[in-house]
Each structure stands twice: as C-alpha cells, then as structure tokens.
Design a protein around this ligand. Structure first.
Ligand code: AP5
Length: 218
C-alpha cells in the first residue's frame, strides 16, 4: 500500500542517510526539504537570497515557503505511489499541512524518529562531507571515503556544508529543540511514532526502521 514515510530527527541524526536507503528499498522518491531549499538558495533572486541567509544562520525557513515547496513537490507524478519526507514537517503548522495533504492524496503517514545524543550529533555534523555531484554522504570519523576528499562513487570532490560550522550548528540544534521537539509529542499522541536508536551502525538503524515501517503497515 502506498504511504508517506516521515523521518524526524535532530540535525545530523541520519535522516538523509536513512532516507536514501529507504528510497532504494521502496522505490519511493526521497524528498529532502533541505536539498530543495539549498537548490533554491543557489538562485540569485530575492527569494533565493532570503532562503540562503536563513539557512546559513541555522534558522528555519518560513512555513509559507515550505507549504509551497511541499505542495508542488508531492504533486509530481513520481509521488503517486508514496514518498519519503526527510526534514519535513519541522513545525506543528507543517505537520497539520501534511495531514491535510495526506488525506487529499489518500495515503497514510508513517512517522519514525531517529534518536541520537547531542554529543554524537556534534561529531557527526563536524565530520560530515557530501559529494558535490551525486550527494553521497560520508563522515571523516565514521565512514570516510576510500580516497580523502573524493567520492567513492563518481570521483567528484567532497564538500562541507556551509551550515555545518560550529555557530550554525548550535543554532540548528536550538531551533530543533524549540520548533521541532513539540512535533514529537504531537506524533506520540496520535499513536504512530516509531522511535529508533540512531547511534547503532547505519545498517542496523536501517533494519530497525524498515521493520518498524513495514510492521506498522502491512
Ligand atoms: P536539512 O538539510 O534537513 O538539515 P538538518 O535537519 O540539519 O539535518 P542534516 O541534513 O544536517 O542531518 P541528517 O539528519 O540528514 O543526517 P545525515 O544523514 O546527513 O536542513 C537544512 C536547513 O534547511 C535547516 O536548518 C533549515 O534552515 C532549512 N529547512 C529544511 N527543512 C525545513 C523545514 N521543513 N522547515 C523550515 N526550514 C527547513 O548524517 C549526518 C552525518 O552523520 C553524516 O556524516 C553521516 O555519514 C553520519 N551518520 C549517519 N548515520 C550514522 C550512523 N548510524 N553512525 C555514524 N554516523 C552516521
């Protein structure tokens, strides 16, 4: 049955890493609002500049912009069988919008939270590198590429994200506690939140997520 899989977690919890694996497994598109916004921020327009500034500061982009982004993206034909949301919703208003969309699209929502301690998050974010071409994610401490600074898959250079410097990282963690943590209660109360220990190796986190998402909806 087609479904909407929502992956919640603090910055660096492994949402992108796990969403990519789930996308391969289910054949659903992986929709990262962070990636869509980073693409928007590359445009030299008033909107692009505003998004770029907000993200670089580690703050949340407005719910109005996100509503437009998510409505447009999830109405594409590749989402008709289901999709994976990485980084959305992040506020209660965004969660309500998603519930409205899910009911219009006739798809159930399966939400999973990846839980990681703040200490581990800080190390993950400072060590993260991503391929400038295909987006494959590495970590210089936990999962380094075979050749330093170069993607194993396509040989392109690896980059560090502009919001992974210490000041923006603390703002992102504060924003998460302030705006996104209330969502956890919201999903818990609706009875559907699966919580997975994100400090296990990537493959083990994936297995647990898979079991939980499948188990919740056969
Ligand atoms: P976004 O791009 O979504 O960033 P984020 O939430 O801060 O999350 P990250 O991408 O940093 O981490 P992740 O959980 O995906 O972890 P990853 O898999 O990379 O958003 C960026 C910005 O966009 C926001 O700050 C905001 O401004 C804006 N934005 C986006 N969505 C928005 C919304 N809905 N509303 C408003 N604004 C929005 O892993 C991290 C590292 O850990 C990697 O190096 C990885 O290799 C490593 N790792 C992963 N899993 C493991 C493991 N099990 N063990 C060891 N290492 C691991």
């Amino acid at each position: 049955m087609s479904k909407i899989i929502v992956i919640i977690g603090a910055p660096g919890a492994g949402k992108g890493t796990q969403s990519r694996l789930l996308s391969e497994k289910y054949g659903y598109p992986h929709i990262s609002t962070g990636d869509i916004l980073r693409e928007m921020a590359r445009a030299d327009t008033p909107l692009g500049r505003k998004v770029k500034e907000t993200m670089a500061a580690g703050l949340l982009v407005s719910d109005e912009i996100l509503a437009e982004v998510i409505r447009t993206r999830t109405s594409q034909p590749d989402c008709s069988n289901g999709y994976i949301l990485d980084g959305f919703p992040r506020t209660l208003d965004q969660a309500r919008l998603l519930e409205e969309l899910a009911s219009q699209q006739g798809k159930p929502i399966r939400s999973a939270r990846i839980v990681v301690s703040e200490e581990a998050l800080l190390k993950r974010l400072s060590g993260r590198r991503a391929c400038s071409k295909c987006g494959e994610i590495y970590n210089i401490y936990f999962s380094p590429p075979k050749v330093e600074g170069v993607c194993d898959l396509d040989g392109a250079p690896l980059m560090q994200r502009s919001d992974d410097h210490p000041e923006a990282v603390s703002r992102r963690l504060e924003e998460y506690k302030r705006s996104t943590a209330p969502l956890i209660d919201h999903y818990r109360q609706s009875g559907g939140l699966i919580e997975v220990n994100g400090e296990l190796p990537v493959e083990d986190v994936f297995e647990k997520l898979l079991a939980a998402v499948d188990g919740a909806n056969n």
